[in-house]
Design a protein around this ligand. Structure first.
Ligand SMILES: [Zn+2]
Length: 247
């Protein structure tokens, strides 16, 4: 995803999944919350809904995304949040942590811990099998994750980021259903049969900017995918967790 490209945000919620998630997030916000900081707010699909009922500040690294946000906003990174300690009742951070490298994840989590007075509300893909979503450029052969995800979270791993001074209060696993694929099958399908994940329209290879990706379809790939439907169970995509400050 190119976050600085305005076209990224035009149809960002075309299947209404983000709006659906916004309603679930709102239902988890405790009744004593008045002020919210939305970190990595994107184009504000969630933020603008929150701003109807709360005093919300929003931030994102993309100026293009922020143009659609309808509350006080600024361009900033989760790794250096320009607000003081415990500035907000709740700090909200959705679909951000999975995009960070290890170093930025540690710094970002510290910043959420620092700026949240009482609560931290997080959503991330749950136990994402990252290589399941890898696509391979047909021109240069480079492999990339079309959503730019670098991290995969179990409930325990997510909790460990905040356990120093917050504990888990509520968690939900929900969202569109998807399947993992056993590594042996996945490797065979990708490396031998050359069927990779098909990225969303508009995604370009980060190496060479080509829009053409490998996705062979034949009897063998159909057999592999059919076998996977027998071997695996679909499961919901997202993990939402509400953390509360200890003591
Ligand atoms: Zn390429």
């Amino acid at each position: 995803m190119n976050f600085n490209d305005p076209t990224t945000w035009i149809d960002y919620d075309k299947d209404q999944q983000v709006s659906y998630r916004a309603n679930i997030l709102k239902s988890l916000i405790p009744s004593d919350v008045r002020t919210i900081l939305d970190v990595g707010c994107g184009s504000g699909v969630v933020t603008n809904k929150l701003a109807a009922d709360y005093d919300v500040n929003a931030m994102d690294i993309s100026e293009a995304a922020l143009e659609r946000v309808e509350c006080p906003k600024l361009c900033a990174s989760i790794t250096s949040i320009p607000f003081g300690d415990k500035s907000f009742d709740l700090v909200n951070c959705n679909e951000v942590l999975e995009h960070l490298n290890d170093e930025d994840l540690d710094r970002g989590a510290s910043e959420l811990l620092r700026t949240a007075n009482r609560y931290i509300l997080i959503s991330v893909p749950h136990r994402e099998q990252l290589n399941r979503y890898h696509c391979r450029c047909a021109k240069c052969g480079s492999v990339s994750h079309p959503y730019g995800h670098l991290q995969s979270f179990t409930e325990e791993r997510l909790g460990s980021l905040f356990s120093k001074c917050f504990h888990l209060k509520r968690r939900l696993i929900y969202g569109p259903l998807h399947r993992d694929m056993p590594l042996l099958l996945l490797n065979y399908r990708q490396q031998v049969l050359n069927q990779w994940f098909s990225p969303q329209k508009g995604y370009l290879c980060p190496q060479c900017q080509s829009a053409i990706f490998e996705s062979a379809q034949n009897l063998q790939t159909k057999l592999i995918n059919g076998l996977n439907r027998l071997l695996t169970k679909p499961r919901p995509y997202w993990l939402i967790a509400l953390f509360v400050r200890k003591g």
